[in-house]
Ligand binder design. Structure first.
Ligand code: ADP
Ligand code: MG
Length: 293
């Protein structure tokens, strides 16, 4: 058990993000290694502070083998908020993709199954993640993949509207957003956001398959207008390629259905032949072992 922050010794920086830094730390008494996410605030950053408190609330509630575990939330000095997280030693899927580029379909199916299990759990808790992307999917040496980073998540029925996403610095975040999130007026009634997580999963799986961000082609300028057009009007399966199996194509087609009402649900997709084909032919190819850098 971690009693206080001063028991943790910083070993390295694991990542930087929106308003925070993630460190690799060691608990002095037990020598156990954790990840420590530190969120810093300016004195009057009330909105950010509220968002961080919200992230803490979600982290304290979730408990699943497919979601990164939180072992404690502490107030740091100068009003920092610190989350002690399970350390995922291989890093994020983003890091893995930078090294490996394309993945075999069986491995992609393994990614799909793990993320869907995480989404089934979260959605069952009425939590919409809203930021599913490679840098928020973490991997460890046991071949596990877990969803992390609840910085913009929302509990359905609680809280405010989407953060606005217009300026270029947000393009990276918007790249995995579904058409209905980019154009909320188009949603119609009854949109609860769960289908947005499924869209994002589809983009992630395509990225694993193609080896780079899949919605715009290599020659296109990755600016906001191109991206927005591609998401709302482009053919999301443009880059699938001829060697893809019909199962993969059908699966990502269900994720990347533009009309959120017709998109596949998490439960439907967990029963899809693409995911089941991978678990029925379980072998060394299907899992995520050997990703250690
Ligand atoms: P942000 O809200 O800034 O995106 P994240 O929680 O996504 O913060 O963390 C940023 C990066 O830090 C991740 O993409 C990952 O590379 C690294 N990281 C975060 N949490 C962990 C963890 N538990 N174990 C290992 N690396 C982590
Ligand atoms: Mg993140």
């Amino acid at each position: 058990r971690i009693e206080r922050l001063s028991d943790l010794e910083k070993l390295a920086v694991l990542g930087h993000g929106n308003g925070g830094t993630v460190y690799k730390v060691r608990h002095r008494q037990s020598s156990a290694v954790y990840a420590l996410k530190v969120l810093r605030f300016d004195r009057d950053a009330t909105a950010l502070r509220e968002r961080a408190a919200h992230e803490a609330e979600i982290l304290k509630r979730v408990d699943s083998p497919f979601v990164v575990r939180c072992h404690g939330v502490f107030d740091g000095h100068c009003g920092d908020l610190c989350f002690v997280m399970e350390y995922m030693d291989v890093g994020s899927l983003h890091d893995v993709l930078r090294v490996r580029r394309r993945m075999a379909e069986k491995v992609v199916a393994g990614v799909a199954r793990r993320v869907l299990e995480g989404l089934r759990y979260l959605h069952g808790m009425r939590i919409v993640h809203r930021d599913v992307k490679p840098s928020n999917l973490l991997v460890n040496g046991q071949g596990e993949m877990k969803i992390s980073d609840f910085g913009v998540s929302r509990v359905v029925g609680v809280g405010s509207k989407d953060p606005i996403c217009m300026d270029d610095s947000y393009v990276g975040t918007c790249a995995y957003m579904s058409p209905e999130r980019l154009d909320p007026d188009s949603c119609g009634d009854g949109y609860d956001g769960f289908a947005g997580d499924v869209w994002a999963l589809g983009v992630v799986l395509m990225e694993c398959h193609v080896g780079r961000f899949p919605l715009i082609s290599a020659g296109q300028r990755p600016d906001w207008a191109t991206l927005m057009w591609a998401i709302c009007f482009g053919d999301p399966l443009m880059e699938v390629g001829e060697t893809a199996s019909p199962e993969f194509e059908s699966f990502v087609g269900r994720c990347l259905e533009k009309d959120w009402r017709r998109r596949g649900s998490v439960l439907e997709l967990l029963n899809h032949p693409f995911v089941n084909w991978c678990s029925s032919t379980e072998g060394p190819d299907d899992d995520l072992h050997g990703w250690d850098k």
